[in-house]
Structure formats: C-alpha cells, structure tokens
Design a protein around this ligand. Structure first.
Ligand code: MN
Ligand code: MN
Length: 453
C-alpha cells in the first residue's frame, strides 16, 4: 500500500541525512538575503558570485560558442546567466526563472514635505502588500538617485547599526477605537504610508525649516537636490537582517524570501553545475510583483532575443531551440498555516518542511491567468525529481475561489516553452518579514540542480 498511496512526508522523515547540508546551505542564502534586498542589489551580488565561477559579461550581438559561461546584465535590474553545453542546441535550453523584486514601499518622485514638527516622504507601495504590516517598524532606504549631470548615486541608509532608520507612523490604541472597526483592507490608506524622515529645523529658516534641513543633509551626503528625486528609484524595505527562527533554528525569518528563496538556489544550482552537456540558463527577473511588464520584466523581448542569439550563434533555428526548451518557473507558494486554516485546502497545500513545492497551475477563480503545465511535462519533472532523490510535494495556493496568484510561468510558456512552477513554501508571504524552512530551501536547490544536469 505504501507504493500505491501518495502521502506527503516531511524532509526530516524522508531524508534526515540531508538536514546538516540544508542548514549549511542556509548560511549562504541568509548572507545573500542581507546583501541583496532590492533587485539592483540582487543583480550585483549574483554577478559577483557568477564571476567568481568564471562567468563573463555578455552584450546582445557578442559571439557565443560552446563552453561559454556568460551573463547578460539587463540595466542592473534583471540578469540572465547562461552556460553553453556541448550537446546540440536544437535539443533546447534548460531554463530556471526566478524573480528578485519584492513588495516594498517606493518613494514618489516629489516626495519631501513637512508638517507639524515632522518631515515626511510621500510613497507609492510596490506589489501586493497588506499596508497595516508596514506601520511602526524600522525601515531602511535603498536605491539610486540620478543627478542632473547623469551621475548615479547609490543610496543605502539604515542597514548599518550606526545608521538612522525610517518609519511609518501608526495610530495609538487610545485613539483607535473607530479605526479598529474598519476593515483591514481599507483601514490603512495608501496615502498615509508617509515616511518619517526628520524633525530638526535648519537654523534661521522661517518656513519649511525641517524639510530644508533634510535637503541640506542629503546634499551634504550625496550631492543631490530636491529635483533629483524625480530621477530616483528609492525604496523602503525592512531594516532587519535574516535570522534563524525557533529554538531548533530550522526556519529562516527574513524580508523578501519571495522570491530570493528561489533565486538563490536557482543561481547556485547553475554556478555549482559540473555537467557540461546541456545548455542552461538562469533568469533573475524584475517586476514580477507588478505584472512582469517593462524592459526588465519577464515579458521583455530581451529574453527571446537572448535565446535567438544563442541559437543563431550556434547555427540553429531559434524556433526549434525554443520549442525544445524547458523551464522551471522558480517561485514561492503559500505554506499551509494552521492559524489561518480556513483559507487553505490542506490536501493540496504545501506543508512547511515537506520539501520544494510543485504547482501544476497557479491563477485564481477558475484557473484564470495560469499557463497550466501539461500532465506530460509534470510527469517528466516529477520523475526527474524522484530519480534525483529530491524531497518535493504537490501544491496549490489556497482554497478555490479564496484568492490566488501568478508567477512568471505564463510569460515563458506563451513563448512555446514547457514551463512548470517549482518553488519554496512560505509562511506570511509578502509580509515585511517572511518565514521559510531550511530543508525546503535545500530541496529547491537540489531540484534546480537535478534539472540543470
Ligand atoms: Mn513570487
Ligand atoms: Mn510575490
């Protein structure tokens, strides 16, 4: 009966011998989380790791040969790593695709003002976040400012223990009796997510003295003016490092597991690959949280251009190469949470610690917007994972008609590439501080490694 039944087992039960390796792998991942809180920082750090493994910069139009290891840096915000194998390129490219943008609070282009003893920065949140979670927590500012002379200034304030941090005010309980009765979804308005950024006035100034002081300090530190915000990308992210959660240290708490928890294992699987047969690509995409649109999103033409360049350089028909390519869309899914059991259908939910999760389809309400991998492709990947001894589970995000979500899978599948969602289960997805299990992160690494070789 054991062989006839599908039963989900925890990684600790199924592969206890891997726990130490999983805990060791988590150390590198947690360092990556701290070093790469935005897509720009993730691109920089991923390239640093790839260069250490012999990967070279590539620009569309450069020559490509068998044996090459290169990366295409797309505007510093998305990146494509490629290892060209010795097998015929017509057999297709093995692609892993994760995203490196995460929900956060972006500054508006004219953000700075003062009111009643405080200076604030106006914001427009990025991605699907529950606004109340971002109040009254320490925030750090990351990003770039492009000055009037086109020079780019990198900004990173709030990560060093000696740095100041930023903050969004919340209402005290003493005055919140009416506010507390409002629905969670609407109680905190987008226009109240203003960043507290100063309170001391500039001496001898009659009006806007606090705001002027903030501008003066920014000018002293970065050489910028107020109008330089117009050509800036500044984001507020939680000013907290990745930490072990629980006395057994088996979980990782961090900002932005979605989707660095798949990006890092997918990247490491490629960089650690010793097999030279297959051509393998690892995509780290931007803009997934806002629809994968734009020059750095997964829907950008640059992805197809790169596949065509690889094909043409190796003397193959790009359409044949694309049709024979396969992809694992490496993105997170929701882990079943017994504290909110009523939104899940447990039989089909990912269970924390039971390995990397495979989702045949995503989408919401009648499978809307899903690419829905074919049974044949699911079968192929399932067998591949089993042969490699990977701890994996089948998963769907939440109850039917409860909600749902999408990934980059559809945008790759639309290009005639078989694509399946495989990723790490997350507790409190999209919260400022999310939770994953170390054994699941390691299972994801093993899954992507098996796929690459
Ligand atoms: Mn995601
Ligand atoms: Mn997400």
């Amino acid at each position: 009966m054991e062989e006839l039944m599908y039963t989900k087992k925890s990684a600790y039960e199924k592969a206890p011998e891997k726990t130490d390796a999983a805990f060791a792998f988590a150390k590198g991942y947690m360092q990556f989380l701290d070093d790469a809180k935005t897509e720009r920082e993730a691109v920089t750090e991923a390239i640093r790791q790839a260069e250490a493994c012999g990967y070279k910069p590539y620009t569309i139009g450069d020559k490509i040969s068998v044996g090459d290891k290169f990366y295409l840096n797309n505007r510093g915000k998305s990146v494509y790593f490629v290892k060209v194998g010795s097998e015929a390129i017509e057999d297709g490219i093995r692609i892993t695709a994760a995203h490196i943008d995460s929900p956060r609070i972006d500054l508006k282009q004219v953000p700075l003002y003062e009111s009643d003893g405080m200076a604030f920065l106006k914001t427009h949140y990025y991605g699907g976040l529950r606004k109340y979670q971002w109040l009254a927590i320490p925030l750090a500012m990351h990003g770039v400012i492009v000055k009037a002379d086109d020079t780019v200034v990198d900004v990173n304030i709030g990560e060093d223990d000696s740095d100041p941090i930023f903050y969004i005010n919340d209402l005290l309980p003493h005055l919140a009796s009416n506010h507390a009765k409002e629905p969670l979804a609407t109680a905190v308005k987008g226009e109240t997510l203003n960043i507290l950024c100063g309170s001391a006035p500039l001496a001898d100034e009659e009006s806007d003295a606090i705001k002027k002081n903030v501008i003066k300090l920014l000018n002293e530190k970065y050489g910028v003016t107020e109008s330089d915000f117009i050509s800036a990308e500044l984001s507020l992210v939680p000013a907290a490092k990745a930490r072990d959660i629980g006395l057994d240290r088996a979980l990782i708490g961090a900002y932005g597991h979605d989707d660095r928890v798949c990006a890092y294992p997918a990247l490491r699987a490629l960089l650690d690959l010793t097999d030279d047969a297959h051509t393998v690509m690892c995509v780290l995409a931007d803009k997934e949280e806002t629809g994968s649109i734009g020059v750095t999103g997964m829907q950008s033409q640059i992805f197809t251009d790169l596949m065509e360049e690889i094909s043409l350089n190796l003397g193959a028909n790009p359409r044949v190469v694309r049709g024979n390519s396969i992809c694992l869309s490496a993105d997170v899914t929701a882990a079943f949470d017994p504290n909110y059991a009523d939104v899940y259908e447990k039989r089909n939910s990912a269970i924390l610690g039971s390995g990397v999760a495979m989702a045949k389809y995503t989408g919401a309400r009648g499978k809307s917007s899903t690419s829905d991998a074919s049974a044949e492709f699911v079968g192929k990947i399932r067998n591949m994972l089993d042969r490699a001894g990977v701890v994996w589970q089948s998963a769907e995000l939440g109850k039917v008609d409860e909600g749902g979500g999408g990934t980059v899978a559809a945008y790759i599948a639309n290009r005639n590439i078989d694509t399946l969602d495989v990723g790490v289960p997350v507790i409190s997805m999209h919260a400022p501080y999310e939770v994953v299990a170390k054994v699941d992160v390691y299972a994801a690494y093993e899954a992507f490694a098996a796929f690459c070789r």
